[in-house]
Design a binder for this molecule. Structure first.
Ligand SMILES: O=C(O)CCC(=O)C(=O)O
Length: 259
């Protein structure tokens, strides 16, 4: 993928907004013509996914995890230098990033999937530091009524607030009613190729899809390349042979940007 043509750089204003709010909107991050190619590939992959509903997450959206390992188009995007640079700048104070996971998400309309309850991503992670973010790229137009993400602005400054999706009634608002004192991001109408980025400590969620067509997105999660493995049990990392208190030196966690 040719850098600076299909993926743009993140601007200084976007970096500043993310630092204050823990999330940012990134209009036209990826060229919409290229996104049309990605969309077709995404639909093919998602058709093959397991439809088993074994967790609360499965009730909120369907997934095709590690898509960049299986499809060079998504690999090229996850490795795009502009994205690696952007993630490094957004994550203030890190010198480089690794990929934690790539994913395709589908939120079906008409009761197929419900709302994504408000949660933080970090409490599940076996990293010794929280510098981590997810870029959520719209592969179709995602008006607010399709369930674009909403964020509690500034919630990334309150540390790890606990796991959600683990027990009934454990969304972040139920666990921490004081979050309502924070501003919620406005309902976002995203065009295909627009993205949002959110910090792994930012409380976020999404309404059910009321649009009538599927909400489709590609996500890539980047984390501090210098983070150390804690050994906390986690399905993705269990059995990979990672060493506790050492960096994530493994092909599953490639470095995409480093000073
Ligand atoms: O797309 C959604 O509804 C939720 C996605 C999410 O929580 C994430 O990417 O961290």
């Amino acid at each position: 993928m040719a850098d600076n043509t299909l993926v743009r750089d993140v601007t200084d204003d976007e970096v500043a907004f993310f630092k204050d709010n823990g999330w940012v909107r990134l209009p036209r991050l990826v060229d919409p013509d290229h996104v049309a190619v990605l969309r077709d590939r995404a639909l093919g992959r998602l058709r093959e996914r397991s439809r088993a509903v074994t967790s609360k997450v499965d009730q909120a959206f369907g997934q095709s995890r590690d898509v960049a390992e299986a499809d060079e188009h998504f690999r090229d995007l996850a490795f795009a230098p502009a994205l690696g640079r952007g993630a490094t700048r957004l994550l203030h104070g890190v010198t480089g990033v690794r990929i934690q996971v790539t994913n395709l998400l589908i939120k079906e309309p008409g009761g197929g999937h419900g709302a994504t309850e408000f949660h933080q991503d970090f409490p599940w992670m076996p990293m010794d530091r929280s510098a981590m973010l997810t870029v959520w790229l719209a592969l179709v137009d995602v008006p607010a009524e399709a369930g674009s993400l909403r964020f509690y602005s500034g919630s990334h400054r309150y540390g790890a607030l606990g796991r959600s999706f683990a027990r009934d009634g454990d969304d972040q608002l139920s666990q921490h009613p004081w979050l309502k004192e924070l501003e919620v991001s406005p309902p976002l109408d995203l065009a295909s190729g627009d993205a949002t980025a959110h910090h792994a400590l930012t409380v976020h969620g999404a309404a059910a899809n009321r649009l009538g067509t599927a909400r489709l997105s590609f996500t890539v999660t980047y984390f501090d390349a210098d983070a150390l493995y804690t050994g906390m049990p986690y399905q993705q990392t269990d059995g990979l042979g990672l060493t506790v208190n050492q960096p994530f030196e493994h092909p599953k966690f490639p470095v995409v940007a480093h000073a």
